[in-house]
Design a protein around this ligand. Structure first.
Ligand SMILES: [Fe+2]
Length: 405
């Protein structure tokens, strides 16, 4: 390659790395619904605008087939957070819509007080008591979010467009503070995030050393999401629980567990209380690191030793994790070793939704496994039955039981 050509190539590569492909504008984008700790009567909504948009409002009303939504709309004022990323400055707005009616469809839009409004989108609140529930669970998205993860989230939506929410089990992006990657994450999910609420637990790729050398959460996490703050002090929006109908959902911050002995003690003590004081029929915990891994050499024995006895004592039903970039499902070792299908104790799942893949070891605990496969999972709760279905990211015209695991 001659010198001029390689100089030109370097310049064009530099330019593309510096380019802001996902700049904020006056029109709201990155619109995100999140479950609150009271999902039957409230809903959180977060969005982004250019820095010169100083006000944010949500107009919302019970949904109706009539287009006259604005006539009956209530207005909520959003809280503004200014944020300077590695690519741009932006304002993020966050509001919790309260006093909603259970099991009711609402329409809403977000914007400023001028003409910069989003489209009207719709969401449904949870039922006040026991009712059927379905949600979508994703393992690590992390890499090639626009190019490759998009087909997983869109396939999941196509399969279960009326799921009550999505659960992201950590490593949503690869480099936590790169706005470009968050831009791709929003590109992939697009308007699905505006219709179906999300909850998320952070992975190790949402953590890293900051300028002061502290192991800290992605700067994007709190501006981008409006998640519950009912965890221990200092763990807002990463450690929390939500009672959705008759299911308790718990986010346990696995990277923070490893941050220091003090942080692990605080979180484990909190988990014990949340599991002990729990009247729900079903309990589902998500945490990024697997309790059992899909390959030897990736064992998280400190985490397992720290919380497994609690998961068993308080009969957690399902533990949804990521991190290993493979698929594995099984029960605890004493039962899993014999590969019997007896369900006694939590069912542990490791999954991956993005394209980064590691080998799978088919260890003793695993009753199902897959490698080199992008997946999503559907979890259905209906009375005394919990149904768990794993799908590859292929788009189905009619679901085939052979593709479930
Ligand atoms: Fe990962």
């Amino acid at each position: 390659m001659n010198t001029l050509l390689s100089v030109l190539l370097c310049v064009s590569l530099l330019n593309s790395q510096d380019q802001d492909y996902y700049p904020p504008s006056p029109v709201p984008d990155r619109i995100m619904l999140n479950l609150t700790e009271s999902p039957a009567t409230s809903m959180a909504v977060t969005w982004r605008t250019a820095v010169y948009v100083n006000e944010g409002y949500v107009q919302y009303t019970k949904a109706s087939p009539s287009p006259d939504l604005l006539e009956n709309a209530q207005v909520a004022t959003a809280k503004k957070t200014s944020y300077l990323s590695d690519r741009n400055g932006a304002n993020y707005f966050s509001a919790v819509l309260g006093e909603l009616e259970p099991e009711t469809l609402y329409a809403y839009r977000v914007g400023d007080s001028t003409s910069h409004w989003s489209e009207w989108a719709q969401f449904k609140t949870a039922a006040a008591g026991e009712a059927p529930l379905s949600f979508i669970y994703f393992g690590d998205a992390q890499n090639d979010l626009k190019s490759m993860w998009s087909r997983t989230i869109r396939g999941a939506y196509q399969e279960m467009p009326k799921a009550n929410f999505m659960l992201h089990a950590g490593d949503l992006v690869n480099r936590r503070n790169r706005d470009h990657e968050w831009g791709e994450w929003y590109y992939a999910g697009g308007w699905i995030y505006r219709m179906m609420p999300s909850i998320a637990t952070p992975g190790n790729h949402e953590y890293g050393r900051d300028e002061e050398g502290n192991y800290s959460l992605s700067k994007h996490w709190k501006p981008t999401f409006t998640l519950p703050e009912n965890g221990p002090e200092g763990f807002a929006e990463t450690v929390y629980f939500i009672d959705y109908q008759d299911t308790r959902l718990i986010s346990f911050d696995a990277p923070a567990f490893y941050r220091s002995p003090k942080d692990s003690t605080i979180q484990v003590n909190w988990l014990r209380e949340v599991l002990k004081n729990n009247d729900n029929k079903w309990t589902i915990l998500t945490t990024h690191y697997p309790i059992y891994s899909t390959k030897n050499g990736r064992d998280n024995d400190e985490l397992r030793n720290g919380i497994q006895s609690l998961l068993e004592e308080y009969k957690v039903d399902l533990v949804l994790t990521g991190h290993d970039h493979a698929y594995g499902r099984g029960t605890n070792l004493p039962i899993g070793k014999g590969k019997r299908a007896t369900v006694d104790g939590p069912i542990y799942v490791v999954s991956v939704s993005g394209p980064k893949m590691y080998d799978v070891g088919m260890d003793d605990w695993m009753q199902r496994g897959a490698s080199n496969t992008q997946l999503y999972q559907l979890v259905h709760v209906d009375g005394d039955l919990l149904r768990f279905e794993a799908y590859t990211c292929l788009l189905y015209t009619s679901p085939s039981p052979r593709d479930r695991g």
